[in-house]
Design a protein around this ligand. Structure first.
Ligand SMILES: Cc1cc2nc3c(=O)[nH]c(=O)nc-3n(C[C@H](O)[C@H](O)[C@H](O)COP(=O)(O)O)c2cc1C
Length: 183
């Protein structure tokens, strides 16, 4: 038997997307925020989107710069992922306070990548939709990279790298299997 889930918890039914760290910058400010609400949008042109609360410092920087980077963390940096999802760039320099290192992007001159992440998609904003309390940032992927030991023949090897998934609040799980099916 299924039970009714309150509408304000409906997002939790979908809330197990792979957690990413969105980095962004504008003028002399750089920031990282943790984001579970992300999605690929298109292969041609390559595009992806992230939904961020309008009041987040990152949203402010991204509305100004119209650029962002989706960094892909693995389980080994869960602690920093949680910190970047708990502290706000309005009052904390998250690169300095978490000890995460910034790295120059390939294409977006002013946006730092998170060096400890295993992959990154550098995005140029082509649209921003007001979707309630969040802004949905649509980004064209200008450049992408992945750790070569973990991304082989076009796929992540989840026997070697464990990604972070968020159930909401303080609850997480990690990818742990790699399964090939007959087509
Ligand atoms: C695992 C995790 C996932 C999160 N996902 C999102 C998300 O998808 N969208 C969002 O707006 N905030 C999300 N948050 C909350 C923000 O990361 C958090 O409020 C952060 O402090 C905002 O930082 P900023 O003000 O520096 O941008 C998430 C937090 C955690 C811990």
């Amino acid at each position: 038997m299924k039970k009714v889930v309150p509408k304000n918890q409906a997002n939790r039914l979908l809330n197990c997307g792979m957690v990413v760290m969105v980095s962004c910058a504008y003028k002399d400010k750089a920031n990282i925020t943790t984001c579970a609400w992300q999605m690929p949008l298109s292969k041609k042109p390559p595009a992806a989107a992230v939904a961020l609360d309008k009041d987040h410092f990152s949203s402010d920087l991204m509305r100004e710069s119209e650029e962002f980077i989706i960094n892909i963390p693995d389980w080994s940096i869960l602690d920093q992922v949680v910190k970047c999802g708990s502290w706000s760039g309005w009052n904390v320099d998250k690169f300095a306070e978490t000890g995460l290192n910034s790295e120059k992007a390939h294409s977006l001159v002013n946006i730092p990548k998170v060096k400890e992440c295993v992959g990154a998609l550098e995005c140029a904003v082509f649209d921003i939709k007001d979707v309630g309390d969040h802004h949905l940032f649509f980004g064209e992927v200008i450049s992408a990279e992945a750790e070569e030991d973990y991304f082989k023949e076009g796929f992540w090897d989840t026997r070697k790298v464990q990604f972070i998934f968020h159930l909401g609040s303080r609850y997480f799980f990690k990818s742990s299997e790699f399964i090939e099916v007959e087509k």
